[in-house]
Design a binder for this molecule. Structure first.
Ligand code: IMP
Ligand code: MG
Length: 174
């Protein structure tokens, strides 16, 4: 089966939205520091762009979880493949994700992080697919709420492809 990608959110609009989110984070944490935890690999592009636009002090670390096989459907099971290296104790943690779909990944991660004595834990996701939610999660910062379509680009992949697209697009199967 082959597929093609149809543009959904322009690069310019993604960039603008990231500037707005960074501004909001600057305001919300004024006089403090934030610790961005980027969930690899999908959130890497977003986390870097976001970090560049935040003006309060930022530390950045990466973790990797697996919740998906190679297709477009979640298995529901979330495993930590790579944990962060820095301590989050007494830090203002912001988990940076590419997309919230069923909510399984973030609710598991948040529960896990809550035991690590961070000062606060918030969630920031570039995209949100609310129609697909199975587990309730509070997302503190959202880039765009999108319909139930499988999207790629700006870090998101289909079978490891298309992460490098500078915009967000929908995968359509031929
Ligand atoms: P959740 O646990 O179902 O919320 O899934 C979250 C993870 O599934 C995201 O971090 C993505 O890696 C992946 N995912 C969910 N929807 C999409 C999509 O439309 N395109 C690419 N990856 C997706
Ligand atoms: Mg992800």
């Amino acid at each position: 089966m082959s597929e093609h990608v149809v543009k959904m959110i322009e690069e310019e609009d993604v960039d603008k939205r990231i500037v707005e989110i960074a501004k909001k984070i600057d305001e919300d944490y004024k006089g403090e520091e934030v610790f961005l935890v980027c969930v690899l690999r999908g959130a890497a592009f977003f986390a870097c762009e976001l970090a560049k636009r935040i003006t309060i002090p930022v530390t950045l670390d990466f973790m990797q979880v697996s919740s998906y096989g190679s297709g477009t459907r979640s298995t529901g099971e979330v495993k930590i493949v790579k944990d962060i290296d820095l301590s989050m104790r007494d830090k203002n943690v912001i988990i940076v994700e590419d997309i919230v779909d069923t909510g399984n990944t973030l609710s598991t991660l948040k529960g896990f992080f809550n035991q690590r004595k961070a000062k606060s834990v918030k969630i920031c996701s570039l995209l949100d697919k609310p129609d697909r939610r199975e587990v309730n999660v509070d997302i503190d910062y959202v880039g765009f709420s999108i319909p139930d379509k499988f999207v790629v680009g700006y870090g998101l992949d289909y079978d490891q492809k298309y992460r490098n697209l500078p915009y967000v697009g929908v995968v359509e199967f031929d």
